[in-house]
Design a protein around this ligand. Structure first.
Ligand code: NAG
Ligand code: NAG
Ligand code: NAG
Ligand code: NAG
Ligand code: NAG
Length: 322
């Protein structure tokens, strides 16, 4: 029969639509994954702890060792510094990359020796710490503390650093603040949520604990974005590099294409249904002419009641409206 012939393509279209929806959904998930990067940033921390510890071969206390990151994270800089807790408390660290650590620092829980791991996330800053509505003027820098008891250990928990007087961060590669904008310090705590503060001076932020730090401006305060090429120049809405932008366009293009395809399919389905109606009506009219009475007509999978009393013009009108 006719409906049998039509069911096959309908089934096919149904599967196609499901597949399309699946693809769209997968795209959205992919697009969102870098955004929800609290756990991603957390796993980056533990990966960088591992690689920073590898810089210690015959480590001297109080010496800064630069580490190397795996090639899939090129652009990130790390360093490690091993200290006695007592010495950190008594003397602090005059200069550790951009950080200046005052005396009077304590770490919890107590460990005899600790390692201060330094991160400079470079062009990965807005990837691991996306901040919609803001533009980074400096790479995200990190300072984290771990127990130094076992230098081959991985997945170490972070120690909590507490300071009486502020640790200062002198951002050396800061992009000039665009005119009309006010630069602010941002700090990401262990939970990953941003905390905004004023700068101490033109390039200096302060903190009382461990975490990740940078300098940002509200992107709505500036008209032309800062010149690209310096440190991490993420565009508004944390769209970082050109490849990120093209990714976004691919996703948008995919979504639009998917919607258009769905519309076309819907049109096709409608058309097929109408075609069936007409075909059926033509048949029924034939039957009616032959004197056969119909109570229902099968259309697709549904039984459509058909007015059996009136078999001529009014019936045709009903069918066209439905
Ligand atoms: C990078 O490579 C390291 C080691 O090869 C691997 O453990 C890690 O999961 C990779 N990280 C990313 C973000 O791809
Ligand atoms: C950062 O730059 C390096 C090359 O310098 C590149 O391999 C890497 O993919 C870049 N990272 C991001 C997130 O664009
Ligand atoms: C940026 O500044 C505008 C105007 O002052 C404000 O409405 C907006 O909420 C700010 N954006 C963010 C992300 O703080
Ligand atoms: C240090 O950690 C490594 C890796 O977790 C482990 O295999 C080793 O036994 C540990 N060494 C000591 C002395 O605890
Ligand atoms: C911050 O760093 C810049 C450049 O390295 C330097 O000129 C400046 O004196 C530093 N500021 C402080 C307060 O250490």
């Amino acid at each position: 029969m006719l409906s049998e012939k039509l069911l096959k393509p309908m089934e096919f279209i149904y599967h196609l639509v499901i597949a399309l929806l699946g693809v769209l959904f997968a795209c959205q998930c992919k697009a969102q994954s870098p955004g929800t990067s609290t756990s991603t940033a957390g796993s980056l921390d533990s990966l960088l702890q591992d690689y920073a510890y590898r810089a210690f071969v015959h480590p001297h206390t109080g010496v800064i060792y630069d580490g190397t990151v795996p090639s899939n994270l090129t652009g990130i800089k790390i360093a490690a510094l091993r200290l006695k807790s007592g010495s950190l408390w008594k003397r602090g660290v005059e200069s550790y990359k951009e950080f200046k650590i005052p005396e009077g620092i304590i770490v919890r829980p107590y460990v005899e020796r600790l390692v201060l791991v330094y991160h400079n996330l470079g062009n990965w800053s807005s990837f691991y710490y996306p901040l919609p509505g803001y533009i980074y003027l400096s790479p995200v820098l990190g300072l984290l503390a771990y127990d130094a008891a076992n230098l081959s250990a991985t997945n170490l928990p972070e120690l909590v650093v507490a300071s009486e007087s502020p640790i200062s961060i002198n951002f050396t590669n800061i992009i000039a603040v665009p005119s009309g904008a006010i630069a602010r310090c941002v700090q990401f705590g262990l939970g990953g949520s941003p905390d905004f503060r004023d700068l101490v001076s033109s390039s200096i932020c302060s903190t009382y604990g461990q975490g990740h730090f940078s300098v940002v401006v509200n992107s709505s305060e500036i008209t032309p974005p800062p010149a690209p090429g310096v440190a991490p120049p993420p565009g508004p809405n944390h769209i970082g590099s050109k490849s990120d932008k093209s990714k976004v366009w691919k996703i948008v293009g995919g979504a639009v294409g998917g919607v258009v395809a769905l519309l076309l399919l819907a049109l096709l389905v409608c058309w097929m249904r109408q075609y069936k109606h007409y075909k059926k009506m033509a048949q029924m009219e034939q039957h009616a002419d032959a004197g056969v009475s119909f109570h229902t007509a099968r259309i697709g999978n549904t039984q459509v009641p058909v007015a059996s009393a009136a078999r001529t013009e009014p019936f045709l009108e009903n069918e066209l409206v439905a």
